[in-house]
Design a protein around this ligand. Structure first.
Ligand SMILES: NC(=O)c1ccc[n+]([C@@H]2O[C@H](COP(=O)([O-])OP(=O)(O)OC[C@H]3O[C@@H](n4cnc5c(N)ncnc54)[C@H](O)[C@@H]3O)[C@@H](O)[C@H]2O)c1
Length: 326
């Protein structure tokens, strides 16, 4: 590299650095992966986790997962702290709270965080079900608060739901959107705070019908999985459901919708199957049995294969580009 190129790079780096420090609070199921999502994309990442058992587990998990992804060097971007005194709060451009879904706990935390950070630091929440305004309302400057929701596994999935609370400023949304893009992920902005945001609403609309079909004996869980995987699911990673209606034709869609809507299940209680499974301890991977069996001997390998295939599939999509490029 020649000298002048070095200077330009240096300037660029200095500019980029201003947006490269994040503090993640909570390193449980979601926080551990969210931290990796940032670390993999070059962010300096301070992580606070108060539970010693979780800290020991997360160090091991990062090591295994980053090794699997051949990105072990990215461990250098991750600093794990046992208490709030650890992180470089004044360097943080962004703080993401990922503590359990408990409004009081989140309030206490946000009240502690706000005096520690700079005025321009954005304070985001990864909540799945609480209202963003109800969480960020405790901030002295709620315009800096927003929803920043990543799904499981956060370091692999590309979609990030960015939700505006009642007082969130446009600048906050613009910054979160730009950072999400720079991380190679896909921002999805919600202008209004609605329960479940977009991804959970869409999924649960489908799950309501799925459990109804299982409960009424129309199809087995395996056949339903096959219908989605080898029917429409695979296609949706290339073209979204709305885009694909243009391809198939809107009039035929209207005709089918008119016939099918009156027959769709619209109950407001979770299904009998779901309730029974929870009661019987058939919780899925964690208890060794859910809809399927999860023997200890093979579970880890099956999950690893799933994560690898998902990661490879997303790499292919990234190469193809957005559907609008077609
Ligand atoms: N699990 C999911 O599938 C999922 C998906 C998307 C979003 N979310 C959201 O993410 C958030 C966290 O969920 P989770 O499943 O990771 O929970 P979790 O219980 O697995 O992890 C939360 C972690 O926060 C730690 N913690 C609690 N108080 C703390 C504090 N004051 N400082 C530092 N660490 C603290 C806990 O020790 C725990 O390890 C919730 O708001 C949830 O709604 C969860």
């Amino acid at each position: 590299m020649n000298k002048s190129a070095g200077k330009t790079d240096g300037k660029k780096k200095a500019k980029a650095k201003a947006a490269e420090h994040v503090v993640i609070v909570g390193a449980g199921r979601m926080g551990a992966d969210i931290a990796m999502a940032f670390a993999l994309n070059g962010w300096q990442c301070d992580v606070v986790e108060t539970n010693a058992r979780v800290r020991a587990r997360v160090i091991k998990y990062w090591d295994t997962e980053l090794r699997r992804m051949r990105s072990k060097a990215k461990m250098r971007n991750l600093n794990l702290w046992a208490a709030m005194q650890g992180p470089g709060w004044l360097k943080a451009d962004l703080v993401v709270e990922v503590v359990p879904e408990d409004l009081e706990l989140k309030h206490k935390l946000l009240k502690k965080i706000e005096p520690l950070v700079r005025k321009k630091t954005i304070i985001a929440t990864n909540t799945s079900s609480l209202r963003i305004s109800d969480i960020t309302g405790v901030l002295k400057h709620p315009e800096r608060g927003a929803g920043f929701h990543l799904g499981v596994p956060a370091h692999i999935l590309l979609a990030v739901e960015i939700t505006k609370g009642e007082k969130t400023s446009s600048k906050t949304i613009e910054k979160l959107t730009a950072w999400t893009r720079a991380m190679g992920k896909v921002p999805i902005v919600l202008n209004r705070d609605i329960p479940g945001m977009l991804i959970n609403r869409l999924q649960h609309a489908m799950y309501r019908e799925i459990y109804h079909l299982i409960d009424s004996g129309v199809a087995t869980p395996h056949d339903i999985d096959c219908a989605v995987r080898f029917g429409f699911g695979f296609k949706y990673s290339i073209v979204g459901p709305v885009f694909s209606r243009d391809i198939h034709g809107v009039p035929v869609h209207l005709a089918t919708a008119t016939q099918i809507y009156p027959t769709l299940y619209n109950g407001v209680e979770p299904s009998a199957t779901l309730t029974r499974m929870v009661k019987d301890g058939h919780h899925g991977v964690t208890t060794g049995r859910g809809f399927y069996k999860w023997p200890k001997a093979t579970t880890e390998k099956r999950l690893e294969a799933f994560a690898t295939q998902l990661g490879d599939a997303f790499k292919r999509i990234k190469r193809v580009g957005e559907p609008a490029d077609f």
